[in-house]
Ligand binder design. Structure first.
Ligand SMILES: NC(=O)C1=CN([C@@H]2O[C@H](COP(=O)(O)OP(=O)(O)OC[C@H]3O[C@@H](n4cnc5c(N)ncnc54)[C@H](O)[C@@H]3O)[C@@H](O)[C@H]2O)[C@@H](O)CC1
Ligand SMILES: Nc1ncnc2c1ncn2[C@@H]1O[C@H](COP(=O)(O)OP(=O)(O)O)[C@@H](O)[C@H]1O
Ligand SMILES: [K+]
Length: 504
């Protein structure tokens, strides 16, 4: 069945690694008559193409040498049969093609599909390009004619529908394929399709939703080719969190948690004032509905000037009771956070660690041991690194983290036994013994200073009332992105405004 790849609260959508998809495909092929899967795949592509571009004069289908190209040939046969004018450019060789692909080639030829050596000229926005160059079999960066066709498709006025995966993107990681490795950025001239739509076949692939996936895949559709849900476990999933139930009338502030935000190194210490970061986290916690929010700035000098919000309570570190609070530590913490971290790690009942708290822990073996010990005493801890902070914790570089974000999040979980939010486009939420979640909300308007502090505060507010730290983190990330998605388009999204737009 064809459906948009949008989860609803009652049903997470499983994402399968290429290895699992291969096993699912083999199991399906074993019980179906020959060529059935590819025929279903081609029909699904053709139907979606007709729905997306009903008035197309020309549909250009670029087909690669493998079975992704076979899906394209099958779609060509179907579309020609439905009355479309199809031009196929094919990189394959009938003698080396799979039996499925050869059968689809014969059907396309019999249907009267036009084969051309080069892409058609003069496509208009009403026409359609279909990228069937490479799917899950992609192993290296496209070169030669394949790279030329990718460039032509990206330059075309017609929108592109990618079959299974945009060519040039890794289905597993959402990074681009470069020679012998994977890249986390779209270098000028990178050979990767920029699709307006992608139809993922049989399974949904994680790379479509994280790293460069969202930029290159466009709107993602999924067709399970009428196969039952597979037994193979998902490498990650997409989830939608249900709306929160209304607060009971008889509730009071004690029900909604005490949040202690510890951070904000002052200007006096090193000439880098970062008190605003802690204040943003505290503001976010307040607007997200926390019962009481205490702000502990790591700068005595600032205490008279802050906070601007009367609801925030100022506290010295000694006056915080970490055992009764949900502690959010690290936002703008600078070097000053180092001195409080041993106690924070030792005594906080529930803890969110962000920014400089993570940087200090990365640089200090004793702090790392204290963090690991929290798992043994079953105290909830959520780490909220961006890719560079994650890299410091893992002893690697941000490029390597971005090259496989799910693996990086899992490595952090394995190292520290905490819930981890690896931030960025398609944030990954991972925890011990849980299937990682890729968040689908949020957009590049969040790429502005301080929005991570807002997430940390929001995460604290949810952790205060949701016993399971993984669920609290999934909810917080989803709400943070949704607040950005619903933010007025004509107004600049700043971190403070985002914090104020959060809801209990
Ligand atoms: N066989 C079937 O019945 C089905 C096939 N499906 C399709 O089959 C695809 C997987 O097919 P394949 O395993 O053949 O993989 P692909 O079609 O993705 O590509 C594999 C072929 O491309 C070559 N190749 C890899 N990287 C290249 C590069 N950079 N430049 C040039 N050639 C390169 C490989 O050597 C191999 O010949 C899926 O993505 C999906 O589209 C699915 O629709 C499910 C059903
Ligand atoms: N392009 C993007 N798409 C989706 N979310 C993004 C994007 N860029 C940033 N974000 C989100 O914005 C927040 C930024 O956090 P961070 O990098 O810690 O910034 P800061 O330290 O300035 O607060 C994270 O939640 C991140 O996931
Ligand atoms: K493709």
């Amino acid at each position: 069945m064809l459906r948009p790849a949008v989860p609803d609260p009652s049903r997470p959508l499983p994402l399968h690694a290429v290895s699992a998809t291969r096993a699912i495909e083999a199991a399906a092929a074993a019980i179906l008559p020959p060529h059935t899967l590819m025929q279903r795949a081609g029909l699904a592509v053709a139907r979606l193409a007709r729905a997306l571009a009903p008035h197309a004069r020309t549909i250009w289908i670029a087909c690669g040498p493998g079975n992704n190209g076979g899906d394209g040939l099958e779609a060509a046969a179907q579309l020609q049969g439905l009355g479309s004018s199809v031009v196929v450019t094919w990189l394959g060789d009938p003698d080396r093609a799979s039996p499925d692909t050869r059968a689809s080639l014969a059907r396309a030829q019999a249907a009267g599909v036009g084969f051309a050596p080069a892409p058609p000229d003069g496509l208009t926005p009403r026409d359609l390009c279909i990228d069937a160059l490479l799917g899950i079999g992609a192993r290296r960066a496209p070169q030669g004619r394949m790279a030329e066709w990718i460039a032509a498709m990206n330059a075309s006025a017609a929108p592109t529908l990618a079959v299974d995966v945009p060519t040039g993107l890794s289905a597993d990681t959402g990074s681009t394929l470069i020679s012998g490795a994977q890249s986390d950025h779209l270098a000028p001239g990178s050979s990767v399709i920029h699709a307006k739509f992608t139809l993922s076949l049989l399974t949904l692939k994680p790379g479509l939703f994280t790293a460069l996936g969202r930029d290159t895949a466009g709107t993602v559709w999924w067709d399970d080719l009428d196969m039952p849900p597979p037994a193979e476990s998902a490498v990650a999933e997409l989830r939608a969190t249900p709306p929160r139930p209304p607060r009971p009338q008889a509730s009071h502030k004690g029900h909604w948690g005490d949040i202690a935000v510890i951070g904000g190194e002052g200007l006096a210490r090193r000439g880098r004032g970062m008190t605003g970061a802690a204040q943003l986290a505290a503001t976010a916690a307040l607007h997200a509905g926390a019962g009481r929010v205490m702000l502990c700035l790591l700068d005595e000098g600032a205490l008279s000037a802050l906070p601007e919000q009367a609801e925030l309570m100022l506290r010295r570190f000694e006056a915080i009771d970490p055992q009764r609070s949900t502690v959010v530590c690290g936002c703008g913490g600078g070097e000053a956070v180092q001195t409080v971290l041993p106690e924070v790690l030792e005594h906080s009942a529930r803890l969110v660690l962000d920014a400089d708290a993570l940087n200090r822990i990365a640089a200090d073996a004793e702090l790392r041991t204290r963090l690991q010990r929290r798992q043994q005493s079953h105290r909830a801890t959520v780490l909220t690194p961006h890719p560079l902070e994650a890299a410091r914790l893992l002893g690697t570089d941000a490029h390597s983290v971005q090259a496989d974000r799910i693996a990086a999040a899992r490595a952090l979980v394995a190292a520290f036994g905490c819930t981890v939010i690896l931030k960025g486009s398609g944030s990954i939420i991972a925890a011990p013994d849980r299937t990682p979640v890729i968040n689908t909300t949020g957009n590049a308007r969040l790429a502005t200073g301080g929005t991570g502090d807002v997430l940390a505060g929001l995460c604290g507010a949810r952790l205060a009332v949701v016993p399971d730290p993984f669920e609290a983190a999934v909810t917080a990330v989803q709400e943070h992105g949704a607040a950005a998605d619903h933010f007025p388009p004509a107004q600049a999204l700043t971190a403070l405004r985002l914090a104020q737009a959060l809801q209990p």
